[in-house]
Ligand binder design. Sequence first.
Ligand code: ZN
Length: 436
Amino acid sequence: MTPIELLQELLRIDTTNPPGNEEPAAELLRGFLADAGAETHVHKSGSGRANLLARLPGPTDVPALVLVSHSDVVAVEPDQWSRDPFGGEISDGCLWGRGALDMKSITVMHAAALAAVASGGEPTRELIMACFADEEAGGREGAEAVLRDAPAAIGFADHRPPPEALGEGGFGLSGIVDRPLMPIVVGEKSALWLELHAQGDPGHGALPPERQANINLARALTRVAGFGTPRVHPVMRKQFSILAEDASGTQGAVFKALASEGGSRVARLLKRPLRARGAIATLLSDTITPTKIEAGYKHNVVPGYASASLDCRLLPDTDVDALVARLQKTCRNYEVEVREHARHGGPVSARSPLFETLEGVSRDLLEAPVVVPSLTAGMTDLRYLRAAGASAYGWVPLVLDRESLATIHGHDERIKLDDFTRAVRAMTAVVRSACS
Ligand SMILES: [Zn+2]
């Protein structure tokens, strides 16, 4: 089976999460990897979700290399698609389907790379592939379950250096600077999920009470929601210093200023233009975003209670406890109580030998990109591995434009076959080089 055929088959399995239904995908991959000579195992979480694990044994006194992906996908709105989202169809030079970018194509890159290494005899380190379930719903039945139940299966053991890991989060991007930008993601913003509970006096809409829950909630939200004060995290400082060498004119000057000692002050001054450029602004600020507001039930009744959910995405060095305390203090002024719902996060990985391999292969095999360390605003399973001590990098050897990027979790997700074939080669080069 060629990588393209394997990806077609994988895309035809509907792993929309919930419910996930990852088992057929895990079995398909297990067959491919066992044929290639790997030891394979499907690890079931407590509720029966299937996590595929494959390994090529190697010396255990050095860190294992773990290739991390997930087999579940997010839901589709089929009537918004111009092709069957689960048809595995090839047309216009692309392979179409939910998961074509996030991230079944990357799972196949990992599988093809492992197969290539297997054909070359015993690797110089243990090579593991983990295709987890449940990533799109937070990873409780996937990465979290495997790490808790079978840490050795993904390279964690006493008296052994923690593994290096490679996963999602770092697509190459075009249209930001002159050359394609190839980020190697070393850390993620953390997520803090809060609930706001507002109180007031209930009453008749014709006789509005003095204290109203809806108004209290609205006032609290307008005070706390939005972008926090911009600042330049050390990882982004390094990124800007590399970009400054590459860019000229105004753009070059801006990167240079952001990379300087006073970079955070510059980021504050440039708050508006940076925000207009989109994604970059999210990597320079904490963001606090209301995602759900619930209140009221009848047009002429004033409710005594209202609530909201906040999705806070915080730079890795933000003091989370201090932030919660500050939000509590502000909200108390409006009779709004802040309760914590969940916290996700992990440390930032330092530069390890794998980082250098990724840098080299990015330069050699892709269209002469600018390679930079980066953070990502999103959350991936790599946070679990970083928290357990792994050096983990988000790196995907595909260069996407804004239009393709929008198909991830959007409509008409697809991958160009030429890009995919080249990416399989680049992934194989990385894994081979890291295992020899
Ligand atoms: Zn993903």
